[in-house]
Design a protein around this ligand. Structure first.
Ligand SMILES: NC(=O)C1=CN([C@@H]2O[C@H](COP(=O)(O)OP(=O)(O)OC[C@H]3O[C@@H](n4cnc5c(N)ncnc54)[C@H](O)[C@@H]3O)[C@@H](O)[C@H]2O)[C@@H](O)CC1
Ligand SMILES: [K+]
Length: 505
């Protein structure tokens, strides 16, 4: 699914108005109609509704919702916030229609002292500002937003299109923003909904289709995408009936150290479950038997060292590996760092670089220049900061992520609720699958295994990344459904992979 900027959303509205064709007033009727239907499906007419409207088109939506809910027996109080002497043309028209149909209970709010007292258990509809917002709300208007937020524990707050005060495609960190329980947004996810800093503001987001032009959506390029099944289906390649294990590549996984062999085992298992043809694991001697017994499908190459991987850079050319995954549990010993540097000097195919291998890069940033093009780096926010430095907010962190991916020709993901995946072509994909149960030791090692396994099978780095992160999250959702978010383990994510391949594609 494409994620458009506020300017593109305005263009999509205008394009639809011209080409469908439909008047803007009717498009507003359609959009607000979807919101009214959603409210009617979820809340009973016995609950009083308070709709707070701005004077732009977001407020216009609120006025239409007010009329439609009253037509269906809801008691609605419409509060028009007088933040400006002028109203948009559609707002003016919809206010006139509301006054004609239901003249009672329309109040104008000129300052905070006009704010109404609410009866118990009301529904607050926030239709103050939508995509027209481009600067912080200040003064008494910010006071209105804070008042709504003070009431949220006793009432249900439903934001129309965007929680008011939130800016659709840039950071609104530290601004006055409505904290909604639900956001009913039109046609597209907004970038703002995917940013961790806004997690507490949009609540449950529901995207309501309002029939914006499919032609516009198809032909308008955008930088941001939210992975969905449609994208996943274009990536996934069913297996060829005439294939053999050579078809699906030989991967080398460099993982584990004394006390951290679990990371290597989890990663190896995930790689195998992701469909790799053959897997070799380079392990410290102490891990040899552990791996042989835990995962008989993996071949093992013991290091010269008992406790750490220190000589994995040798013998690579003979084995004709398709891909190398490195990092889970390898620790950051000087000997491991030396071997890693030598590996980077000799290996030119894409790699998957995770965990301690990222920390080795952070300790010696000049090594980043040696990372083969099209490699995948999988940092969590702390590792990202160690590698590329801090950013003042999530939008600037995304910009930094993308800049590094483009300039270094790498695929870099940034783990989170919506893991962001930056590609060298400048695009950024967000992944919607997964849950907080995956915030558990070993979950990242599983992802490294999956990505390595997909690359070995011939998926491009971009394909492996988007598909791998989707499957990882999907398998995590299956694990959480089976065991609960608390009790699920990284091993359960691996177990869920089979079902993820069968149902998630
Ligand atoms: N035909 C269309 O274009 C459609 C638009 N729709 C609605 O229209 C919204 C966009 O409407 P608008 O472009 O009119 O914009 P908004 O209604 O989001 O906001 C514009 C109003 O807010 C004021 N404003 C903006 N920033 C402010 C600030 N920081 N402090 C105080 N006041 C501020 C402006 O002066 C203007 O009055 C969407 O979010 C959606 O809800 C929907 O009805 C779907 C169809
Ligand atoms: K709003």
């Amino acid at each position: 699914m494409k994620i458009f900027s506020a300017a593109q959303i305005r263009e999509a509205d205008q394009y639809t108005i011209q080409h469908e064709p439909i008047s803007s007033a009717d498009l507003m009727e359609r959009a607000a109609g979807k919101c009214a239907e959603w409210i009617e499906d979820h809340f009973s007419p016995t609950q009083p509704v308070y709709i707070f409207c701005g004077k732009g088109n977001n407020g216009g939506d609120g006025l239409v919702i007010s009329r439609l809910l009253q037509e269906h027996g809801y008691t609605v109080h419409t509060c028009i916030i007088q933040h400006s002497p002028n109203a948009s043309a559609d707002h003016t028209l919809k206010l006139q229609q509301l006054r004609e149909a239901f003249p009672a209970n329309i109040t104008e709010i000129g300052d905070l002292s006009d704010f109404p007292g609410l009866p118990d258990n009301a529904i607050i509809v926030d239709a103050l500002f939508g995509t027209g917002m481009s600067r912080p709300v200040e003064g008494w208007l910010a006071g209105v937003i804070h008042r709504i937020n003070d009431l949220r524990s006793q009432h249900t707050v439903i934001a129309i299109d965007l929680p008011s005060g939130m800016i659709a495609d840039t950071s609104s960190n530290h601004f006055a923003v409505v904290k909604a329980h639900y956001t009913l947004s039109f046609e597209f996810y907004k970038l703002a909904f995917l940013l961790p800093e806004n997690a507490a503001l949009s609540g449950e987001v529901h995207i309501l289709p309002i029939g914006l032009s499919p032609d516009y959506i198809l032909h308008t390029p955008t930088r941001y995408h939210l992975t969905d099944r449609q994208i996943i289906r274009t990536i996934y390649k069913p297996r060829d009936p005439f294939s053999h294990k050579g078809t699906y590549g030989h991967a080398l996984l460099i993982a584990g150290s004394y006390g951290k062999m679990g990371a290597a085992v989890l990663s190896a298992r995930a790689c195998i479950r992701a469909g790799v043809g053959l897997l070799s694991c380079h392990l410290p001697k102490c891990g040899y038997e552990i791996m042989q017994i835990s995962e008989p499908c993996a071949m093992c190459i013991p290091d010269k060292d008992t406790y750490f991987n220190t000589h994995f850079h040798t013998g690579l050319a003979d084995a004709r590996y398709k891909v190398i995954g490195i990092g889970p549990g390898i620790d950051t010993q000087p000997e491991t760092a030396r071997s890693f540097e030598q590996l980077l000097h000799s290996w030119q195919q894409p790699m998957v670089i995770d965990a301690d291998a990222l920390n080795l890069l952070a300790k010696n940033p000049k090594l980043l220049q040696l990372v083969p093009k099209n490699s995948i780096l999988t940092p969590h926010p702390k590792e990202f900061e160690r590698l590329f430095g801090p950013a003042p907010n999530d939008v600037e962190r995304l910009a930094l992520l993308s800049k590094e991916a483009v300039s270094r020709h790498l695929y870099i993901l940034l783990k989170g609720r919506y893991t962001a995946m930056a590609c060298p072509d400048g695009s950024i994909y967000f992944n919607p699958t997964g849950n907080p149960g995956m915030a558990t030791g070993g979950s990242g090692d599983v992802l490294t295994g999956i990505l390595t396994g997909l690359l070995a099978q011939g998926y491009t780095s971009k394909e492996a990344l988007i598909l791998g992160v989707w499957l990882h999250g999907y398998a995590g959702d299956i694990a959480a459904a089976e065991h609960s978010q608390e009790a699920m383990t990284a091993g359960d994510i691996i177990t869920g992979l089979g079902q993820a391949f069968k149902e998630g594609i």
